[in-house]
Design a protein around this ligand. Structure first.
Ligand code: ANZ
Length: 787
């Protein structure tokens, strides 16, 4: 009886051995090798690895292992993005500390990740909620603060009434909280911001130099939303024709100025807010306007700009605006389809050319004036550039986040916590984490005491914590120097690794994480803290694994695939290889999990196992003696070429099918003759990134390898000249019917092919007595005698 492929034993054994040997630990420099930095988005410690994590981490490992075998000194680090709301929500539900919840999950997930058998360098692990890490998040926050890139202001913000915290625009999906789907409202609150808008132009123009897929770049361009237009000034006059004020409108269509039949200002427009409170104002319907602007406060930006929703507004009575091109007096309105924080917060409405204005004009019976667009009208204005991008709202009224290292003096003025007091620790004496509109940290006695003791009586702590996107905006720098307690990461070490060569991730990060990280890196570059202006040279987005039913996996649908269960049954190598086989990795497609496919891959691995055992029965001498037939040699080199190129282009699926074809051939050959052993060795090397445990096991069974890991072997090279097959089969036809065939050297001349055909008894039989009228020759393929 042949030994069975026991994945459990093999996988455990090799994972332990690799760990003990520190096989994937990367040093910063290896003589003669170039560094290569491969990055996967570090996971949130949600509690359990799901199949999505496998897809995100196990498949890129194929690429990483190949790079290592190709002679690069590869860094492939991993860590945990450990702060965040779910920990806090779970803590509230289960009455435990978010810290305990998080660290329990990390311990469990680390074990699960080990069972994946990935070539992660665990010695570089970072956990964003460790004080050793967040000390530097705070330090970086303060650097940006010193540079004037961090500021506090009162602003209308998105507020989730269920999570009781503010949300960044990016965290509001269709007017609802991204986490709990509660409808988001607007609140006027003092909040901290990063001035990402200062970097809008650089974030946009530097996209051109990045080797990123075009859809990601396009998503960022749209998000930044550059718009070149004109600011045009409109005079406001009272009913007695006195000039009251002037307002600037922003338009991208200055050529339509003559068609502007009314002016609209946003409810937040500062001048309007002041006028409402001004007793001498000429406006006659102040309370109506005030009611309207109050109503707007409950609406989100998404609602206000929703084209399907009916537009609303109120005329500002008692004053008019003068169209500078026509001199006509037009009415002024306040309407919430105009946003306070875009352009100038005011528009000229041209119903004959703008859909929204037309809809509004029809509803309120406003004039619609047909005009011929005329670019000479641009003289009324000055040229301006506007961006849709807003400053990054970074403060959160929640506990489980990096504390903002700021304190307030008795006058309420903010001060940075001095560097030598970092990490500014998250207080540990909080009992109730339930959100009440203010961070639970406000209940900490320890923090209050700490602040008074350190800074003086009546000094107050900042209770807000940072958005977790800050933690993930610089983690890739820390991996280069994860244990440094003097710097966030040394510039010298970062120089060895950054920018990241390949960043594997998901499309959900096209705008938030990827844009925030780019902003951070640029700001740090300007501070002289990093060596380059862009953190990630190449980025790819993977697709999505669906449940067996072809639907998105979710607990409520009951279609979630538990990777632990499958790994237990068929092994990590099979799961990884199946996920690589499911579809091209860099196309954001959706792939349903398919049990048949899993079984297919498992069988493929079992066939390789059997073949290895069969070969083992033959003596080494005999095996080495076998010369490769030119056909097999061509197949082998063609496979090496295809697999190498496919891996580089993330087409792991077609790389696997090419290996399957080669295995068929190898099986066939080993049945009819002795299979050359070095061919099988080459095959194992190609297999190593895909099924690292099995390849290692079969490799190390050969005495000749002296127990040296296959993962340290050199990647097979292909020889282009061997790919070209030397022989071909020429088909001989008579009147188009196949009558014989013979093997010949590629490039055989017409004359030789004809002579050879005529010598064949089968052909002579057919041609006796016939007159050859014509010979048609298709090089390397056909000789056809027309009789
Ligand atoms: C007159 C006009 C005529 C306009 C026309 C468009 C078409 P983008 O490309 O997105 O920058 N606008 C300006 N500020 C606004 C605000 N705060 N809230 C809502 N809408 C605003 O769009 C610029 C156009 O959007 C501007 O050009 C303005 O309408 C409107 F046939 O002015 B336009």
């Amino acid at each position: 009886m042949q030994e069975k492929y026991n994945h459990k034993e093999i996988e455990k054994k090799w994972q332990k051995k690799w760990r003990e040997d520190n096989l994937y630990k990367t040093s910063d420099k290896v003589k003669g090798k170039d560094n290569f930095y491969a990055l996967v988005e570090f996971p949130y410690p949600s509690g359990n690895l799901h199949i999505g994590h496998w897809y995100a981490f196990a498949v890129p490992d194929i690429f990483v292992r190949t790079k290592r075998m190709q002679g690069f000194n590869v860094m492939f680090p991993i860590g945990f993005d450990a702060f965040g709301l779910p920990a806090e929500n779970a803590a509230i539900k289960n009455k435990i500390n978010p810290r305990d919840w998080t660290y329990q999950n990390i311990a469990y997930m680390e074990k699960q990740l080990q069972s994946m058998g990935n070539s992660f360098d665990w010695s570089r692990k970072v956990v964003t909620s460790d004080p050793e890490y967040y000390k530097w998040t705070q330090w970086l926050f303060l650097k940006l603060y010193e540079k004037g890139l961090t500021y506090k202001k009162k602003a209308f913000v998105n507020w989730c009434p269920s999570c009781n915290t503010v949300l960044a625009n990016e965290q509001v999906k269709d007017g609802r909280c991204e986490r709990c789907e509660t409808e988001v409202v607007q609140k006027d609150l003092e909040q901290w911001f990063f001035k990402i808008t200062d970097y809008a132009e650089r974030l946009l123009s530097d996209l051109d130099g990045l080797k990123w897929p075009e859809p990601i770049k396009e998503a960022q361009r749209n998000w930044i939303g550059k718009s070149e237009g004109t600011e045009i000034s409109f005079q406001l006059i009272s009913s007695s024709k006195q000039q009251v004020a002037s307002i600037n409108v922003f338009t991208t269509r200055a050529d339509t100025l003559k068609g502007a039949t009314y002016v609209v200002i946003a409810p937040e427009y500062e001048w309007l807010q002041k006028e409402i409170l001004n007793p001498k104002s000429e406006i006659t319907n102040k309370s109506e306007i005030q009611n309207y602007t109050n109503q707007t406060k409950n609406k989100t930006e998404i609602e206000r700009t929703n084209e399907k929703k009916e537009k609303t507004g109120v005329e500002i009575k008692g004053i008019k605006a003068v169209n500078p091109a026509s001199g006509e007096e037009v009415s002024i309105w306040v309407a919430d389809y105009v946003l306070g924080n875009y352009g100038t917060g005011a528009i000229m409405a041209v119903p004959s050319h703008d859909e929204r204005d037309l809809e509004f004009a029809k509803k309120y019976n406003l004039p619609i004036k047909e005009i011929t667009p005329d670019w000479s009208l641009e003289k009324f204005g000055k040229k301006v550039t506007k961006y849709k991008l807003r400053d990054w709202l970074l403060s959160r009224q929640r506990y489980w986040g990096c504390p903002i290292p700021v304190v307030y003096d008795p006058e309420g003025k903010p001060h940075a916590v001095p560097e030598d007091k970092l990490p500014w620790l998250l207080p540990d004496d909080i009992k109730d984490f339930a959100p009440k509109g203010e961070s639970p940290i406000a209940t900490s006695k320890e923090l209050k005491k700490r602040v008074e003791k350190t800074f003086g009586k009546d000094w107050q702590p900042e209770y807000d914590t940072m958005d977790t996107f800050i933690d993930s905006s610089w983690y890739f720098n820390r991996y280069a120097d994860p244990h440094n307690d003097k710097e966030f990461s040394s510039k010298e070490k970062m120089k060895k690794w950054l920018p990241v060569n390949r960043y594997f991730g998901g499309a959900e990060h096209n705008t938030m994480h990827l844009l925030y990280s780019r902003f951070f890196h640029k700001a740090l570059f300007d501070l002289g803290l990093v060596n380059e202006t862009e953190p990630f040279s190449e980025r790819m987005n993977r697709g999505l694994i669906l449940g067996l039913d072809g639907q998105k996996m979710s607990k409520s649908r009951g279609n979630v695939v538990d990777p632990d269960e499958v790994v237990e049954k068929v092994g990590s190598d099979t799961v990884k290889m199946y996920l690589a086989f499911i579809g091209p990795y860099n196309e954001t497609g959706q792939y349903p999990w398919d049990l048949g496919g899993v079984v297919g891959i498992r069988r493929f691995l079992e066939r390789i196992w059997r073949m290895s055992l069969e070969l083992k029965d033959k003596s080494l001498e005999e095996k080495k003696l076998q010369a490769l037939s030119s056909q097999l040699s061509a197949s082998l080199h063609r496979t090496i070429k295809k697999v190498t190129e496919d891996i580089e282009n993330y087409k792991f699926n077609t790389a696997i099918s090419t290996m399957m074809i080669l295995l068929n051939e190898l099986e066939h050959i080993s049945k009819v003759s002795k299979m050359p052993f070095d061919t099988f060795e080459t095959f194992l090397k190609l297999l190593a990134p895909f099924a690292p445990h099995m390849a290692e096991e079969l490799w190390c069974r050969e005495d000749a390898h002296l127990g040296k890991s296959i993962h340290l072997e050199e990647w097979p090279r292909f020889d282009e000249s061997k790919i070209r097959e030397e022989n071909t089969v020429i088909v001989v036809q008579i009147n188009g019917k196949i009558r014989a065939q013979f093997e010949a050297k590629i490039g055989i001349s017409e004359e030789k092919a004809r002579t050879k055909s005529l010598e064949m008894p089968d052909i002579q039989k057919w041609l006796t007595g016939a007159e050859i009228k014509k010979v048609i020759f298709v090089p390397n393929k056909i000789v056809n005698f027309v009789v």
